[in-house]
Design a protein around this ligand. Structure first.
Ligand SMILES: Nc1nc2c(c(=O)[nH]1)N[C@H]1C(S)=C(S)[C@@H](COP(=O)(O)OP(=O)(O)OC[C@H]3O[C@@H](n4cnc5c(=O)[nH]c(N)nc54)[C@H](O)[C@@H]3O)O[C@H]1N2
Ligand SMILES: Nc1nc2c(c(=O)[nH]1)N[C@H]1C(S)=C(S)[C@@H](COP(=O)(O)OP(=O)(O)OC[C@H]3O[C@@H](n4cnc5c(=O)[nH]c(N)nc54)[C@H](O)[C@@H]3O)O[C@H]1N2
Ligand code: SF4
Ligand SMILES: [Mo]
Length: 724
């Protein structure tokens, strides 16, 4: 029997609509849904790999526990009881902070984990909460918290109506857009130029996005805060400041930018002063224009300053909350409104981490401190870890150190269907249902969509009776860890009855398009499975602001204080050219550290993906040839990767993708192992962070490169003696 099902691809933020054809219980086809009002049939190559994920023989369907003879499959009750008992023991012996939680990127796409899952993680009441945020958008959250009063008030570029799109440290052509939910973002970028607008990309590498742009401006990795300050300088100097929303701090901004004329920063950024002046002027004089920045801007030494200045420049040039500018989405289920109602607009530096004193953000510490919090004894030391939907051994700075720290834990449980490079170190792995076996509503990313909308997809496949959803695992653990006989039986029944759908229904009904304002409800969404378009972005300021007096804080003191650090760097950069520095990159067919087990995405002819891009000038100075193996050495460790000579990267900059290194012992990813690559995070350094936010530095890591002696074999990372 053949059936077709509408669903949503939840692998990246674009959230494209898919049509899945199932033939006798097997996936026969996955296509783009032409009637999805946002994706209109668009798909990237990863969507079809959802079929590989569904059928993957390496995917766990039952819990496994570590025994003296290796992994053993056990039933759910046994596994859940074991986990609850061990967590209770650790909590009792060492206090509640001794249990840490790490939530990985896919959690953010998972309705069950975002709703019921949080109940469990929050109930642990541990200070040691970690997530992929601090290797990603944390500086942008801190900026939004300090400037708008809410950490999730992240502005989104109104890409469909802008006439000037300036893209810094983002590569939407490969990533499909981030904090910009925009299926077919390449098409949308092309459309800007087709309607007579311009696209400018500022990036140390001439990326896939630069290929779609009118102009590519190469910048020294980590120097964006200087570029942005110079743009602020020009806006004031040329009397181009036009603020359209209630704001405070304009004079302070003018004051600090006075020292950063484009001529002063040019040597440090590598960008000529007249280019900066032209860029600032065109931003200010184009009616509909926007400055957009993402991971390359966030994960650098001055990530926090970049987050601040990105918003400040948009505000000063009259593009904040304006059509074609940096706007705020009005989604069906409005996270901002819900969290504001709950008084959960975020926090910053309310407390600091035990060992290194890095600040918390939104109740989380940066993953850069996870290993040292496990390694360093004393009160508050982490003794147990729960990971959910993550792979921090490959995704965190100095993952090799974390890999050495994890076996020192008293107990570790992972909620994941893969035995990956991190979960292989756990005592128990609890595998949830995968994408097509569960319902989907992109609760988080629809809040960052370039058009307002809502879409609910029921599961394509019935799970079998022995499978559990993520949220069910969390509710089971919640009630088993905190067992109060009668109350827990009642709570359990209530939580299972409500489920994620109950929480979603409530959020939709009380949302900005809800029952009293247009009648959006879960019931209506169930009947409109292609999704509902709720129109273009609309102005939301000042009502949405959570700051005193509902004014945008253009110059928070925290950022002004951090400028001293930038000034020192400016002097250093202006004086002497650095040696080589490393930056990252993403590939359209990868997804962070996973989906590397899909034969469709991996077993293709073509050159390897985990290569070190080296500029021809540097390659010849180092006597490196294309394809030759090079050893990359940083303060944290060293790895070997094949060289790809390319003038895509600017001289002095080399580039490696992250998420590779699947040769590690213990992981059970048979396809990924054939394409192992090396982990960039074996050379990133957990000690080097944006100290303002604790965010890992992935852009601009000083490295030395030399031809590798010996044979090309994937190898474990080597760390300098005494590094931890
Ligand atoms: N050097 C460098 N490092 C980086 C980055 C970089 O640019 N450069 N980028 C960083 C960024 S932005 C991010 S977000 C992180 C990502 O890093 P992480 O979030 O730590 O890891 P992922 O690679 O996304 O791992 C996903 C795991 O979750 C599992 N999974 C997928 N879906 C689900 C689900 O629904 N439920 C459960 N329980 N498990 C699921 C998969 O099987 C896989 O094992 O990497 C960061 N690391
Ligand atoms: N195919 C694919 N799609 C993905 C992912 C994936 O792994 N693969 N991951 C998803 C996730 S978790 C995220 S967070 C998003 C990220 O989405 P993006 O931020 O769009 O992705 P990146 O490709 O990391 O883009 C960062 C860019 O910054 C540049 N860069 C590096 N250093 C600097 C610098 O100092 N200054 C400037 N101006 N630029 C710099 C890099 O060269 C790179 O082009 O992508 C998501 N989508
Ligand atoms: S762009 Fe690709 S990976 Fe992202 S949601 Fe669409 S089909 Fe899935
Ligand atoms: Mo991310």
């Amino acid at each position: 029997m053949t059936t077709t099902h509408l669903h949503t691809c939840s692998l990246c933020e674009a959230s494209c609509g898919i049509v899945v054809t199932v033939d006798d219980g097997r996936i026969a086809d996955i296509r783009g849904d032409k009637d999805d009002p946002h994706s209109k049939g668009f798909l990237c190559p990863k969507a079809r790999a959802l079929g590989d994920l569904h059928d993957d023989p390496d995917r766990l369907r039952r819990p496994i526990v570590r025994t003296a003879d290796g992994w053993a499959e056990v039933n759910w009750d046994e596994a859940l009881d074991l986990v609850a008992r061990r967590l209770r023991e650790v909590r009792r012996a060492h206090g509640r902070d001794s249990v840490a939680v790490y939530q990985g990127n896919p959690s953010a796409h998972n309705l069950g984990l975002l709703t019921m899952g949080q109940l469990f993680f929050r109930a642990l009441r541990t200070r040691n909460m970690f997530s992929a945020s601090s290797v990603d958008q944390l500086p942008q959250m801190v900026a939004s918290y300090l400037m708008f009063g809410h950490q999730w008030m992240l502005p989104v570029p109104d890409i469909d109506r802008t006439d000037l799109f300036i893209c810094l440290g983002a590569n939407p052509a490969a990533s499909n857009g981030s904090i910009m939910t925009a299926p077919n973002v390449k098409g949308r970028m092309k459309a800007i130029r087709e309607r007579g607008g311009r696209v400018v990309v500022v990036d140390p590498r001439r990326t896939e996005s630069a290929a779609l742009a009118d102009e590519h401006i190469a910048i020294r990795p980590g120097a964006d805060a200087l570029l942005l300050l110079s743009m602020v300088h020009v806006l004031f100097e040329d009397h181009l400041v036009r603020i359209t929303r209630p704001s405070v701090g304009v004079d302070e901004l003018r004051g600090v930018a006075a020292d950063f004329a484009p001529e002063v920063t040019a040597d440090a950024t590598g960008i000529e002063s007249d280019v900066v002046r032209r860029l600032a002027r065109s931003l200010a004089t184009t009616e509909r224009a926007v400055l957009y920045g993402r991971v390359g801007l966030s994960t650098q030494e001055f990530g926090g300053l970049c987050g601040w200045l990105l918003i400040a420049v948009n505000a000063l040039s009259g593009h904040l909350d304006e059509v074609g500018g940096a706007m705020f989405t009005t989604p069906g289920a409005d996270l901002l409104r819900m969290s504001s109602m709950l008084g959960a607009g975020g926090s910053y530096a309310k407390r600091t981490s035990r060992v290194r004193g890095l600040p918390e953000v939104g109740g989380e510490f940066p993953t850069a401190v996870l290993a040292e919090e496990i390694d360093t004894s004393g009160a508050g030391q982490i003794k147990a870890l729960i990971t959910s939907a993550g792979n921090p051994v490959l995704s965190s700075p100095n993952g090799a150190r974390l890999e050495r720290a994890l076996p020192k834990l008293d107990f570790m449980v992972a909620i994941d269907w893969y035995v990956n490079e991190t979960t292989c170190l756990a005592d128990v792995i609890l595998p949830p249902t995968a994408q097509l076996e569960r319902s989907h509503y992109d609760l988080l990313f629809l809040n960052f969509a370039v058009r307002n909308g809502a879409k609910y997809s029921p599961a394509v496949f019935e799970r079998d009776s022995e499978q559990r959803h993520d949220w069910e695992i969390c509710v089971e653990l919640l009630t088993r860890v905190f067992r109060v006989p009668v109350a827990s039986a009642l709570a359990r029944r209530m939580l299972f009855r409500t489920g994620p759908e109950g929480a979603l229904a409530m959020a939709l009904a009380t949302g900005p398009h809800g029952l009293f304002r247009g009648g959006l409800s879960l019931r209506r969404l169930r009947h409109s499975q292609h999704g509902i378009d709720l129109g273009p972005l609309e102005s939301r300021l000042p009502r949405l602001l959570r700051t005193r007096g509902r004014k945008v804080q253009l110059a928070p003191q925290t950022f002004l204080d951090d400028l001293a650090r930038l000034r020192t760097r400016l002097d250093e950069w202006s004086e002497k050219p650095d040696g080589l520095v490393l930056i990252g990159r993403r590939n359209l067919r990868s997804n962070n550290s996973w989906m590397h087990n899909s034969p469709l995405l991996m077993d293709r002819k073509g050159h390897p993906r985990c290569t070190l891009l080296v500029h021809p000038r540097d390659a010849s100075a180092l006597e490196l040839d294309d394809g030759q193996l090079a050893t990359i050495v940083s303060a944290a460790g060293s790895i070997d990767a094949p060289v790809e000579v390319s003038d895509e990267v600017m001289p002095g900059v080399v580039s490696l993708p992250h998420g590779w290194g699947h040769h590690r012992q213990g992981a059970r990813l048979s396809v990924a192992r054939r394409h192992a690559g090396v982990s960039m995070n074996d050379v990133t350094d957990e000690q080097v962070v944006d100290v303002l936010t604790g965010t890992a530095v992935f852009s601009g890591i000083p490295v030395t490169i030399r031809a590798t002696a010996g044979i090309a074999e994937p190898q474990a990372a080597t760390a300098p003696a005494g590094s931890d």
